[in-house]
Design a protein around this ligand. Structure first.
Ligand SMILES: C[S@@+](CC[C@H](N)C(=O)[O-])C[C@H]1O[C@@H](n2cnc3c(N)ncnc32)[C@H](O)[C@@H]1O
Length: 352
């Protein structure tokens, strides 16, 4: 009988609609819920309050300022069902998933980003397509974007370290330095070098300064709060001495395509003979992640968009750089590093 019922239930499900589409929707819906639940567990302060030890519901409500008792209790049960916290003997404690969420800075940033501007884009796409105002996520969420882009680090830092060890720079510039980890990595790979980080976003500048402090590099580097385009044009003091390496990591897509060569030419003009410009970027290609980012950028004010491999090559050549190369940092993923060099001293002298 039970078997008959199961067969009937399965038949009913099969007839109800497209089974594959329903299962995919269920899976995706659950993933969406999990992200929002995790983000709420962070935003309400429940996870942080449990960091030091178990708390009863009363204590947890007092710590997090939750006065609406009924929904708060239900929310805690949701967090428990999602495996973020657990209830032992009437006291709530952090579960393994909750601790992993709390302790990993990138995971926290990703929960914030993928429940806010990354998906607001689609929720608000109608008015935008109808000619409404373009988005300003880059201005509004600069700190969060910088935290999120640290996710690229494991794929970038090894290559960056190898490049820096080969060049052996005395001065490095990190244009659009974000949280400053690339700058700190370059300086660690070149122990005698000094460096400058530049970023338009005050939160990113604060993060980069924190990174330099944490890596004990404040005596070898400074961070300037400015648009790198203005700084180069104004020939600011911070850029007066030539650089052996100029890095533009995850920044080029913020610039309108028509301004990219000019900036790269200006940056190339800051190089010492034989110096190198490195451009790290996600590139445009027909994968979901790449296409999503490209749309996110094209929906912003300021004509942002992802470059493709060919454009990167052309940009560096048109900026007057030689030995141009584009390599993928992660097989199968749209993450590239392009490089181009200034002529060596003798060649530069001949040119003059
Ligand atoms: C996606 S984050 C990348 C940060 C860092 N380079 C990395 O790879 O982790 C881009 C950073 O570039 C900064 N930025 C964008 N356009 C800029 C400009 N014209 N001048 C200076 N900073 C800029 C943003 O504020 C942001 O912090």
């Amino acid at each position: 009988m039970a078997r008959m019922l199961n067969a009937r239930a399965t038949w009913a499900v099969l007839r109800a609609g497209d089974l594959g589409a329903r299962l995919r929707t269920l899976r995706d819906g659950q993933a969406t819920l999990r992200l929002h639940i995790g983000a709420a567990a962070l935003a309400t302060g429940v996870l942080a309050s449990l960091r030091e030890g178990a708390l009863a519901t009363e204590e947890l409500a007092a710590r997090t300022g939750a006065s609406a008792r009924r929904p708060f209790e239900a929310l805690l049960r949701v967090f428990a069902a999602a495996g973020l916290i657990s209830d032992r003997g009437g006291r709530w404690r952090l579960a393994r998933r909750g601790r992993a969420l709390l302790d990993d800075e990138w995971v926290r940033a990703a929960h914030e980003a993928f429940t806010s501007y990354q998906v607001d884009l689609y929720r608000e796409i109608g008015p935008l397509l109808a000619g409404g105002p373009l988005r300003r996520d880059v201005d509004r969420h600069g700190g969060l974007i910088a935290r999120l882009s640290t996710g690229f680090e494991p794929f970038v830092l090894g290559d960056l370290t190898r490049r820096i060890s080969t060049v052996g720079p005395r001065r490095v510039l990190d244009a659009g330095c974000g949280a400053g980890v690339n700058l700190a990595t370059m300086l660690s790979a070149a122990p005698g070098a000094t460096g400058v980080g530049v970023d338009t976003d005050p939160d990113a500048v604060a993060l980069a300064e924190g990174t330099l402090r944490a890596w004990r590099l404040t005596d070898r580097a400074r961070v300037v709060h400015a648009d790198v385009r203005d700084l180069v044009r104004e020939r600011a003091d911070a850029l007066a001495e030539p650089f052996d390496v100029v890095l533009l990591a995850n920044v080029v897509y913020y610039l309108p395509p028509t301004e990219r060569v000019d900036l790269l030419r200006d940056l190339a003009g800051l190089l010492a003979p034989g110096g190198v410009v490195l451009v790290v970027t996600t590139v445009a290609e027909a994968t979901l992640g790449s296409r999503h980012l490209d749309l996110l950028f094209r929906a912003q004010e300021g004509q942002m968009q992802l470059p493709d491999d060919g454009e990167l090559r052309t940009l560096l050549r048109d900026a007057g750089l030689g030995s141009v190369e584009v390599t993928r940092l992660l097989p199968g993923a749209p993450l590239a590093m392009a490089s181009g060099s200034a002529p060596a001293a003798e060649a530069a002298a001949t040119r003059r």
